[in-house]
Write a protein that binds this ligand. Sequence first.
Ligand SMILES: Cc1cc2nc3c(=O)[nH]c(=O)nc-3n(C[C@H](O)[C@H](O)[C@H](O)COP(=O)(O)O)c2cc1C
Length: 160
Amino acid sequence: MKAIVIYYSQSCGNTRKIAEMIGLTTGADLCEIQTAEDYGSDYDAVMSKARDEINSGFIPEIKPLTADLSQYDTVIIGTPTWWYTMAPAVRAFMRQYDLTGKRVYAFQTHGGQPGRALKDIRMLSKGENIGDFAVEFDSMGGSNMKTTLDELRAWIAAIQ
Ligand SMILES: Cc1cc2nc3c(=O)[nH]c(=O)nc-3n(C[C@H](O)[C@H](O)[C@H](O)COP(=O)(O)O)c2cc1C
């Protein structure tokens, strides 16, 4: 298989950390989704902007991916949970890039309330959805992982 982890990470790099671990373990390439406009670093301001965006269905502009997805048969999508769903940047990716014919895995990082993020990704994906996983971190947006390393490693080991 040729696999790539496509991920978005904004607050403290939780999703990036998991993406890197998947890359190291499976040999998958990594590609970060970046918004054209930065959300800034004020946590409360990001929370309220994100809530407005999600409530109104706003899709932000994202920079073109640095990877050519046609080269990959397996795509592993990673998103932080924003207001119980995927971050708008990941929704933008799902809209712009057609995953038809690809094997799709997804993971979310969250702070205790995973909501419907993975279900929403599965619904938007036109690929073959193989499996997904939720990784829990501190409830206050911190970087302390609560999901055990064994559980995470077992999920990563099943990626093929
Ligand atoms: C705008 C925003 C909304 C969030 N909404 C939720 C949520 O609905 N449920 C939850 O459990 N955590 C929520 N969080 C916490 C993040 O999902 C969690 O800290 C995640 O690991 C951050 O990943 P990152 O460091 O890769 O950006 C939210 C964080 C932000 C910034």
